[in-house]
Write a protein that binds this ligand. Structure first.
Ligand code: NAP
Ligand code: ZN
Ligand code: ZN
Length: 347
């Protein structure tokens, strides 16, 4: 075991604090990563505030992790000391079920092991990336291409793959009209990736305040959802809507924006249900779907895609002491467009 510096939540209502956590010894198939940067995902906030259920406090969150390999176990074959690597939202899965065998470890029938707040194979609770080091099985470690600047790579491990996966699954590409709801961490990646895939992208944001950014990220249109006219003008327009909103939205209004056979995919995970009025589906044989992160091979594919196309998130680097302030800004939709903790400030 090694003791490392970290930031932890101690309850649903108190600020996160500096602390130390334990990391297991490097096993035969493990990689020890010296963390360089860790992104702040809205899921971290839902989790630490207890919005998704019981939390094993004290808890270190963070599942957008990049760093350098500092040590490898005796049987590790994919990585060597000094490699640029990343870790996303899961650190293990059963590897035997039908979904794991299909490379869809995120949908492991026995449940994947989350990077934080999950019970690890040794019975301890997994602790996430707001720390200086992490030990992970090599099969759940990703290679970060040289072309992606280090501090920009972290958000790809969750925001990147969570939007790439449904865009790829529902064939976003030339001739497809895609709407992205919410221009935050996930939303801005959805716009960049969908545009790179060749789709025609529209942003649906609460206001027009970030319009110039949305267009610069590759959208061809930008509408405010606070304006009721938006829902009239855009009726029956989209093949695919990617919803990244962290709060409840009125499903009927959004479903009616889909054209025949269109699909509304929620990656946004509000604590409350999103009730679906079925008549809004009937009107044009529409579908309502959800999607969770992506598989390990697909995550590598996304990283390579971003490296080839020169796609990277917009990040605001912060120190360990600015995490609580960053949470407040995310909650106010005042994020441009992902906060990333410089792990150097934890050493
Ligand atoms: P974020 O940076 O806070 O972005 C969410 C955006 O939603 C905001 O920037 C805002 O965009 C919009 N929004 C917020 N509150 C709203 C409200 N009350 N009504 C309408 N729009 C609102 O969050 P994120 O990190 O991108 O995460 C987004 C959601 O995805 C979270 O629920 C998170 O837990 C979830 N998530 C799911 C997965 C998965 O695997 N499915 C993975 C990662 C994250 P505008 O200012 O443009 O309106
Ligand atoms: Zn996340
Ligand atoms: Zn499995």
């Amino acid at each position: 075991m090694r003791t490392v510096n970290a930031i932890a939540a101690v309850s649903a209502t108190e600020p996160l604090v500096r602390t130390t956590i334990e990391r297991r010894d490097v096993g035969a198939r493990d990689v020890l990563i010296e963390i360089r940067y860790a992104g702040i995902c809205h899921s971290d906030i839902h989790t630490v505030r207890g919005e998704w259920g019981t939390v094993p406090y004290p808890l270190t969150v963070g599942h957008e992790i990049v760093g350098v390999v500092a040590e490898v176990g005796g049987e590790v074959s994919k990585y060597a000391v000094g490699d640029r690597v990343g870790v996303g939202c899961m650190v293990n899965s059963c590897r035997e079920c039908e979904n794991c065998r299909a490379g869809q470890e995120q949908y492991c029938l026995k449940g994947n092991t989350g990077t934080y707040a999950a019970v690890d194979r040794d019975g301890t609770v997994t602790q996430g990336g707001y720390s200086t080091h992490i030990v992970v099985d090599e099969d759940f470690v990703l290679r970060v291409p040289e072309a992606i600047p280090y501090e920009k790579a972290a958000p790809l491990l969750c925001a990147g793959i969570t939007t790439y996966s449904p865009l790829s699954h529902w064939n976003a590409g030339p001739g497809k009209k895609v709407a992205v709801v919410g221009l935050g961490g996930l939303g801005h990646m959805a716009v960049k990736i969908a545009a790179a895939m060749g789709a025609d992208v529209t942003v649906l944001s609460q206001t027009l305040g970030k319009k110039d950014d949305g267009l610069a990220f590759g959208a061809s249109a930008y509408h405010a959802t606070s304006d009721p006219a938006t829902f009239e003008t855009l009726k029956n327009s989209f093949d695919l809507i990617i919803n990244t909103v962290s709060a409840k939205i009125d499903m009927a209004s959004y479903l009616r924006l889909l054209r025949l056979d269109g699909t509304f995919v929620s990656v946004g995970a509000p604590p409350e249900p999103l009730p679906v009025p079925v008549f809004a589906l009937f009107g044009a044989r529409r579908s309502f779907a959800g999607s969770s992160i992506g598989g390990i091979a697909e995550t590598q594919e996304m990283l390579d895609f971003c490296a080839e196309r020169g796609i990277a998130p917009e990040v605001e680097l912060i120190s360990a002491d600015q995490v609580n302030e960053a949470y407040e800004r995310v909650l106010k939709s005042d994020v441009r467009y992902r906060f990333v903790i410089d792990a150097e400030t934890l050493r």
